[in-house]
Design a binder for this molecule. Structure first.
Ligand code: ATP
Length: 450
């Protein structure tokens, strides 16, 4: 993990935020390559789950939503994590995580049991003493204020809320028919007790969420399984190996009263198996609550049967930052080329690669090579993310592009001026082939866009 963190900083993927001020709250910025990777992941998701399906539409709701929404959804009273402090060294921990990691027990939500277990059985991982406060709940929503609004306003702790409050507008304005889903990508904010494990747990992050509305009479289990399959398929499209993905079904006793089933898709991150995505059957809890708190009829009229009902929902949820971490850790490879030579290469799936094609003139000081390479760069850059590089020898340039996962490098050499062809080098096989310039765009469309 440490290797990936320092690599990400060195190569412009992810930087510690506000570093010149000594850093801030374990937050991170996505650098020039990181933002491309992140955008590509969001595009892949949108294509797969929104554009690629007839039963899905998109939405982009606000971060600051009506405070009543959080009363209705239960977040104001129940969106809590338990924290506990070491009285000796003042370190603060999330109580359920401390117990899970030390004893392998899941006591999430059981405050008294958590206090007792930690006080009796766990030493502070930081100072080794056993002198704890009581565990206490802490609401994770960030508060702010808004002109003209009395009382606090909250930064949304998940994107889903905006989907529920706009569900009626979508039904009334678009020709959607149950079963259908609304998907959204956006920022969410949680005042996590401890932000850690790089971009795995941060306080400001992005989610890609879907509310999939179904009839209460639908046989939901096959649909639920289908969503799980799709979530795993998406993880594999990020580069995850099947053996690094597993499902964890929440025990019935731990489920919220409204949920029939909740399953986490876990990934074998460099620090261990942890939640990557989640899927929950939420029944009609959200629409019932919003109907009650808003006084607005949210029932759906089935035009064919004439029945009116509140749809149930399946909620597949995906964390963007965790998806980025999967893509990075699955792609990071160190290849031993012999004689003490190690090649670092990010073996991203082509669609995710921040730069698709790097274009080099063989020599920087030969104007005719530079001009030809620039011409090719200008022609391709409107279709694919390209980079022009004339710095150092070609071998070094290949290595530089390998490190940021660029799948193709194009070199313009002296032969190019004669035969109007270039050398295309493949990141993974390191094989080179000669391609006519006039065929280059078509070649990359086949390799990249399809
Ligand atoms: P955890 O148990 O790890 O705190 P959660 O069960 O609270 O996660 P959900 O409420 O299901 O998470 O959120 C949906 C998704 O949002 C998660 O699967 C994860 O990918 C992402 N996510 C949640 N919290 C964070 C965070 N603090 N930082 C980055 N991503 C997050």
């Amino acid at each position: 993990m440490e290797k990936i963190v320092s690599f990400c900083k060195r190569k412009g993927f992810v930087f510690p935020a506000c570093e010149i001020y000594g850093g801030f709250a374990n937050a991170y910025s996505y650098g020039p390559y990181g933002v491309e990777l992140k955008n590509n992941i969001k595009k892949l998701w949108w294509n797969k789950f929104i554009d690629g399906r007839e039963d899905m539409v998109g939405l982009d709701g606000p971060i600051l939503l009506h405070p009543k929404l959080w009363e209705a959804s239960g977040h104001l009273s129940g969106f809590n994590d338990a924290m506990i402090d070491c009285k000796e060294c003042q370190m603060r921990y999330r109580a359920d995580n401390l117990i899970q990691e030390t004893l392998g027990l899941d006591l999430e939500g059981k405050l008294d049991e958590m206090s007792k277990t930690i006080q009796e059985q766990i030493k502070c991982p930081s100072c080794g003493k056993k002198n704890w406060t009581e565990a206490r709940f802490f609401n994770m929503m960030f508060k702010t204020e808004m002109n003209g609004i009395e009382g606090p306003v909250y930064l949304r702790p998940e994107t889903a809320g905006a989907i529920f409050v706009d569900y009626k507008n979508v039904v009334d304005s678009c020709r959607v028919k149950v079963p259908f889903g609304i998907g959204q990508i956006g920022k969410a904010f949680r005042n996590e007790i401890v932000a850690r494990n790089f971009i795995f747990r941060v306080r400001e992050f992005e989610q890609m969420e879907i509310e999939y509305f179904i009839s209460p009479e639908t046989e939901w289990e096959p649909l639920f399984d289908k969503w799980l399959d799709l979530q795993e398929e998406f993880a594999r499209e990020l580069g995850a190996k099947p053996e690094d993905i597993r499902r964890y079904e929440h025990p019935k006793a731990k489920l919220s009263h409204y949920s029939r089933k909740t399953v986490d898709i876990e990934y074998n991150f460099p620090f261990g198996m942890s939640e990557l995505f989640g899927l929950a059957h939420r029944g009609d809890f959200d629409l019932t609550q919003h109907q009650k708190f808003s006084g607005t009829d949210l029932t759906y009229l089935d035009q064919t049967t004439g029945q009116r009902y509140l749809p149930h929902v399946l909620e597949p949820t995906f964390g963007v930052d965790r998806a980025v971490l999967v893509a990075l850790s699955a792609a990071y490879t160190e290849e031993d080329l012999g004689e003490g030579d190690t090649r670092i290469v990010l073996k991203f799936p082509v669609k995710l690669a921040p730069t698709k094609v790097a274009i080099f003139p063989l020599l920087k000081n030969k104007p005719e090579l530079v001009a030809k390479a620039r011409e090719i760069f200008t022609d391709l850059k409107g279709d694919f993310k390209c980079e022009f590089d004339d710095n150092g020898n070609v071998g070094k340039r290949y290595r530089r592009q390998d490190e940021v996962g660029t799948p193709f490098c194009v070199t313009v050499d002296f032969d190019t001026l004669e035969d109007n062809a270039v050398t295309v080098r493949d990141r993974d096989t390191m094989k080179q082939e000669r391609i006519k310039i006039e065929e280059l765009k078509g070649y990359f469309i086949d390799k990249i866009a399809k």
